[in-house]
Design a protein around this ligand. Sequence first.
Ligand code: B1M
Length: 211
Amino acid sequence: MTDILAKIASSLYNGQSEEVASLVQQALDQGLSPHQVLQGGLIAGMDEVGRDFKAGELFVPEVLIAARAMHAGMNVLRPLLAESDVPSIGKYVIGTVKGDLHDIGKNLVKMMLEGAGFETVDLGTDVDPQTFVNAVREHRPKIMGMSALLTTTMVQMKATIDALVEAGVRDSVKIMVGGAPVTAAFATQIGADAYAPDAASAVDVARALVS
Ligand code: B1M
C-alpha cells in the first residue's frame, strides 16, 4: 500500500503526469481512500518538490511540471473528494490574491468544500480586491476565502478586506484566509473571521462559520 503512495510521490516529483494519473487510479483500485492517496501520495510528493525548490536543487520549470502532474492526479481524485449527496449548505467564493499564481492548495480547499456540500465560486488566481468585492456583491456568499502562498502577496488579504469595508459589504460575509505563510495571528491582525491551516481544517472551519 505505502509502496504505491511512494511511487505516486516520486512520479509527481519527476513530473510524469500520465504516470501519476494512472498510479492514483491503481491506488484507488487497491482500496486506498481518496484522502490517503491525496496526503500520502500527491501532497507528500509536492512537499518534496517544495523542499528541493527551497534548497535550490529544483527550478521553476521543474516545479511547474510537477504542479501539472499534481493536477493530473487531482483530476482523478476530484469527483471522489467532491462526491456528496449533501444539499448545498451555502455559497463560498474563493480565490488566490492579487500577484499570486499558486493555485494547487486553493483548488484542494475548493474540492474539499464541494465535498462537504458548499457551492463554490472560484475566482482563480491573481484576484484583485475589486474582483473579490464584485463577487461578494454578485453571489452573496456566506463565506469568502482568500489563499496566498507568498509573503509578498499575503498583504493583499488586508487590502481586500479594506476594499470590502469601503464597499460596505464586509459585514455581509465571513472571511477565511489560508496558505503556507498565513497564520491565525495574521488572520486576526488583518480582521479576517477565520484561518485554516489545511484543506481538511478549512471544511471544519467553514462549517463552524455557517452554523
Ligand atoms: Co512557488 N513558492 N513561487 N511556485 N511554490 C513557494 C510558495 C515557496 C515557499 C517555495 C520556496 O521557496 N520554498 C516560495 C515562497 C517564499 C515566500 O514567499 N516566503 C515560492 C516562490 C518564491 C515562488 C516564485 C516567486 C519563484 C520565482 O519565480 N522566483 C514564483 C511566484 C509566482 C507568483 O505567484 N507570482 C513561484 C512560482 C511557482 C510555480 C508557478 C512554479 C508553482 C505554482 C503552480 C501552481 O500553483 N499552479 C510553484 C509551486 C508549486 C510552489 C511550491 C513548491 C508548492 C506549493 C504547493 O502547491 N503546495 C511552494 C513550496 C511549498 O509550499 N512547499 C512554493 C502544495 C499545496 C497542497 O499546499 O499551497 O500550502 P499549499 O496549500 C495548503 C495549505 O496552505 C492550505 O490548504 C492547502 C491544502 O492543505 N491552504 C488554505 C491554502 N490556501 C488556503 C486557503 C484557505 C485555507 C487553507 O482558506 C481560504
